[in-house]
Design a protein around this ligand. Structure first.
Ligand SMILES: [Zn+2]
Length: 284
């Protein structure tokens, strides 16, 4: 797994020095499956290459179900993140205790996220784009953008020191066209084993991919595979979410491969070095 040669921490002059530093990546999503859904394949590959990868969900995901109570659902989703974190090789999967569908870019959340990001001092941060169908995704994106500048302001949140590392900031893939289509600035082509890991983590989110989302999408209950059938479970997720996604992305971005995770660079973060981009793409 982690190569200690590429792992000790050091960062200077804004440049990642892979010989002495372990690359740190933080993926900030609104709900406890958003990082997995957009970054699971890349996360597992980066972790296998020695990176430290942390997923963050800014809400506890306590609304997306049709039969459980909010408290039961939040506890279940937390357990699902724990299981997925093991599959992806994450260092941590932080689930903040904001309620689902209620996230706002408040001062309190800005402070909390500042502390979280400063303590981990990631080289790269990934989050939703600012225009999105879900209010929590939009609030998450705004919080990350707000915090990106404030990370380097020492009198803001003085309890947590400003880290040496200023992160590059990236947007997770989406299909929205308004106000404009995302730019495929970073395309990570997923190998068969990356795909296995991606789906292996997603099937941990049983309450979402086999209960809430099929209910929300009107998929008949008799199409949903049983919990003990891992092969059908992975196929179900591929067929309903990833076959259309990858087909769309191959077409709209003229990509030659079969499976991708695609990201857009935000202009608010640090410019990534070519070496960092190669590492993120798994080309080291
Ligand atoms: Zn979400």
């Amino acid at each position: 797994m982690a190569s200690e040669n590429a792992s000790a921490d050091h960062f200077s002059r804004g440049q990642w020095e892979p010989a002495v530093e372990r690359f740190r990546v933080m993926v900030v999503g609104a709900h406890p499956d958003d990082p997995d859904f957009h970054f699971g394949g890349t996360a597992s590959r980066l972790a296998a290459h020695g990176a430290r990868v942390v997923f963050v969900s800014l809400t506890n995901g306590d609304k997306g179900h049709f039969s459980m109570s909010s408290a039961e659902l939040a506890a279940r989703r937390l357990a699902e993140t724990r299981a997925a974190a093991k599959v992806y090789g994450l260092e941590d999967y932080v689930v903040m205790d904001n309620r689902d569908c209620e996230l706002a870019p408040t001062l309190e959340n800005r402070l909390a996220l500042t502390g979280l990001v400063r303590k981990f001092a990631p080289h790269a941060v990934f989050t939703h784009r600012p225009n999105d169908y879900h209010a929590d995704h939009r609030a998450t994106s705004q919080l990350v953008m707000d915090v990106t500048y404030l990370l380097g302001v020492p009198l803001w949140c003085p309890d947590v020191p400003v880290p040496k590392t200023k992160p590059s900031v990236w947007y997770l893939r989406d299909a929205f066209e308004n106000p404009r289509r995302m730019r495929p600035d970073l395309v990570v082509e997923l190998s068969p084993s990356d795909r296995e890991n991606l789906f292996g983590g997603l099937v941990c989110h049983r309450s979402q991919f086999f209960e809430w989302l099929p209910f929300d999408m009107g998929i008949p209950a008799d199409e949903i595979p049983p919990a003990d059938d891992a092969v059908r479970a992975r196929e179900f997720i591929w067929r309903h979410w990833f076959r259309p996604r990858w087909s769309m992305d191959a077409g709209r971005f003229a990509l030659a491969g079969e499976a991708f995770e695609i990201f857009e660079l935000s202009e608010y973060g640090r410019e990534p070095t070519p070496e960092e981009i190669r590492f993120l793409k798994g080309e080291r």
